[in-house]
Design a protein around this ligand. Structure first.
Ligand code: PRP
Length: 211
């Protein structure tokens, strides 16, 4: 009997798109569509086990080997720098990490820049590369409010359609990096379940190319 391949999928809208790529690629698990409270689903015949986890937790499951492979946003990989292999860009969940500010904000390079963000590490690395002193304000959500209330000068956040910024009278000032969903693998699993993982990867590559 083949050993199970454990696959962590990001719960939510992106996860559904990700699952349908896996399904089209020949790795279906029909029960996943029948139950929206259960978190673990198995296809014994194909020796696959899918589970839904919070998108920001996928890399933790994969890094620690609770999942052999998974799908995580590049934002999470850059922010937490998990010790995993990044196997494939799935070209899904495309957005960008950007700096935004109020339309009338004028930056004074002599002054420490106050940056509100959920992505502390990405923001620090970016401003270090520019040689700019910043004061990081770590927030957990609704980042767009920070410059409006004078808590920060700028924000570093994900921009997809730009609607959230627009609705809050903020504009993009700089793009830090483009973001998309990536197939990732646990390092030991990649060695010991190599055949299974390579097979998934190859099939997914042709699905991504066909899109
Ligand atoms: C992200 C981000 C913005 C929004 C941008 O939040 O923090 O608020 O999406 O999307 P837009 O450019 O299409 O308006 P998300 O919906 O992921 O929720 P979160 O802040 O709770 O993570």
């Amino acid at each position: 009997m083949k050993t199970m391949l454990n696959i962590a999928l990001p719960k939510g809208r992106l996860g559904e798109k990700v699952y349908s790529i896996f399904e089209k690629a020949g790795f279906p698990c029909p029960s996943i569509k029948e139950n929206n409270r259960k978190l673990i689903f198995e296809n014994e015949e194909l020796a696959l086990r899918y589970f839904w986890v919070k998108p920001s937790d996928v890399a933790i499951y994969v890094e620690r080997g609770a999942a052999d492979i998974g799908v995580a946003g590049k934002d999470i990989l850059l922010e937490y720098e998990p010790d995993i292999y990044e196997l494939l860009d799935l070209n899904l969940g495309k957005c960008r990490m950007a700096v935004a500010a109020k339309a009338d904000f004028r930056d004074n390079p002599q002054k420490t820049l106050r940056v509100a963000t959920k992505f502390t590490n990405i923001a620090k690395n970016y401003y270090t590369s520019l040689g700019r002193d910043i004061d990081i304000i770590h927030l957990n959500g609704s980042i767009e409010i920070a410059p409006i209330l004078g808590l920060s000068d700028v924000i570093v956040d994900i921009v997809e359609t730009g609607t959230t910024l627009k609705e809050n009278n903020l504009t993009v000032r700089e793009t830090i990096v483009p973001i998309s969903a990536r197939l990732i693998s646990n390092k030991a699993s990649f060695k010991f379940k190599n055949e299974q993982i390579e097979q998934v990867m190859e099939k997914l590559i042709s699905e991504v190319e066909n899109d």
